[in-house]
Ligand binder design. Structure first.
Ligand SMILES: [Zn+2]
Ligand SMILES: [Zn+2]
Length: 280
């Protein structure tokens, strides 16, 4: 591929790529934000996980840095598109529903493993400040936190796609479904409001799927736990699941329908967050 043909790809595809990913973010975050807004006006409003509220300046930072992440994704997408053009990456049509679902399960499992280990690595004291501290400026997550990354972290996040495509030729529809599920689960994990039913952790099938409380606990005080994204098994396997995760989930989902109940949830101070980070 010549430099000129790469420039043509940029001219023809960069804006579409940017608006596609921005659209995914805005639609995903708006849907979950609207759902949470509506649920907070029902008797289950007590499922708001933290007493602390996100401030307008926090949401503004999250939205602006998410737009910056989308710009990073668009730059990387130009190289991915070039990879398809020269035949390094290959696409393929649907292989039938069952096989497509198997591909979808495989990419979700691979992305969960990739997320767990890169996320855990970015908590290493030597990497945290360069990659991941920006995301953790958020103590009370909102759906808008989904792509609130520093440039380095956005690069790590988007790198999964070319890595996966280098090894696995994947049906095009599966890639679209994966991108849709990824942003929805990301926004749900940052919703700040427990969206999963009370029986979730008691059921042997669903307890492996992450909840909002799971990632909320990672943001609001214990940086040394709950690194997973879609599933909880890496955290269980590696002993990094928050020891009070089940207790906290049960507490949030058992709150009385009106008000906070007898025992309001306690939140760590910013100081304890800092201490927790030091020890992580
Ligand atoms: Zn987060
Ligand atoms: Zn983290």
């Amino acid at each position: 591929m010549t430099f000129d043909s790469f420039l043509t790809i940029v001219q023809e595809r960069a804006w579409f790529s940017f608006t596609y990913d921005l659209g995914r973010y805005l639609i995903g975050a708006s849907l979950i934000a609207a759902l949470v807004w509506a649920l907070k006006r029902t008797p289950i409003k007590a499922r708001t996980i933290q007493n602390r509220s996100a401030k307008a300046k926090d949401i503004a930072r999250e939205v602006l840095s998410s737009i910056r992440s989308v710009a990073v994704y668009a730059v990387v997408s130009m190289f991915v598109i070039a990879g398809f053009e020269v035949g390094y990456f290959k696409g393929m049509p649907s292989q039938g529903l069952l096989i497509d679902l198997a591909y979808l399960a495989a990419i979700l499992l691979a992305h969960d493993a990739y997320f767990y280990w890169t996320h855990r690595a970015m908590h290493h004291p030597k990497l945290f400040g360069h990659f991941h501290s920006h995301h953790h400026k958020t103590i009370t997550p909102t759906p808008w936190t989904a792509y609130s990354f520093d440039v380095g972290e956005a690069l790590v996040m988007v790198a999964f796609m070319p890595l996966w495509l280098s090894f696995v030729v994947t049906p095009n529809g599966v890639l679209f479904a994966f991108l849709a599920i990824m942003i929805l689960r990301n926004c749900m994990g940052h919703a700040g409001f427990e969206l999963h039913p009370r029986w979730w952790l008691a059921n042997p099938l669903t307890r492996w799927i992450s909840t909002t409380t799971h990632h909320d606990l990672h943001h609001c005080g214990s940086f040394g736990h709950n690194y997973g994204f879609y599933f909880t098994f890496w955290d269980k396997l590696m002993g990094t699941e928050h020891p009070r995760y089940a207790e906290r989930f049960t507490e949030v989902t058992s709150r009385p329908l009106e008000g906070w109940g007898a025992e309001p949830p306690t939140q760590p101070s910013r100081a304890s967050v800092a201490v927790s980070n030091q020890s992580a």
